[in-house]
Design a protein. Structure first.
Length: 154
């Protein structure tokens, strides 16, 4: 999947804060409780339920002001949690590994970054684990890494 990259902007991956997910969940539960209450008193519960479901979706969909920066990729290199992990001169490669977890064989993807550090022997390997709360996929991140590496300033 090729992601469209705006060369004038940094590629950012933000991770939703737990508070937004909690608010959406509580809103959804409140809607179910209210709809149940309406149904027991003889009123139509469907409009109430739809309203709270839509409200829950809007809470999750709106931009999360508290979302934390997980990964940022730019002309300098790759940043993780606002710290420069590697610049393009020290970058070696990146690849995705797939692991199946649990009885349900849930697929878990990890981005692995290999890079050198100035003044250190050998290379380093960093694993970027996605937990599903990110606003970009692992494949979009890989596309961005390839794009910025290809267009790096030497």
């Amino acid at each position: 999947m090729q992601v469209s990259i705006n060369p004038k902007k940094n590629f950012e991956v933000k991770r939703a804060s737990a508070s937004v997910l909690l608010k959406a969940f509580l809103c959804f539960v409140w809607g179910i409780l209210l709809a149940t209450s309406f149904a027991q008193s003889g009123f139509s519960y469907f409009p109430v339920l739809v309203f709270f479901i839509v409200l829950s979706i809007l809470i999750v969909a709106k931009k999360d002001k508290n979302a934390s920066m997980f990964i940022e990729i730019d002309k300098q290199g790759i940043w993780v949690h606002n710290q420069l992990l590697t610049d393009w001169n020290n970058y070696i490669t990146s690849f995705i590994t797939k692991e199946y977890i649990g009885e349900n064989n849930t697929e878990k993807l990890t981005i692995n970054l290999e890079y050198y550090k100035d003044g250190e022997n050998g290379f380093f390997l960093n694993h970027l684990h996605f937990d599903g709360n990110e606003d970009k996929t692992e494949y979009e991140v890989m596309d961005a890494i390839q794009y910025y590496y290809k267009h790096r300033q030497s």
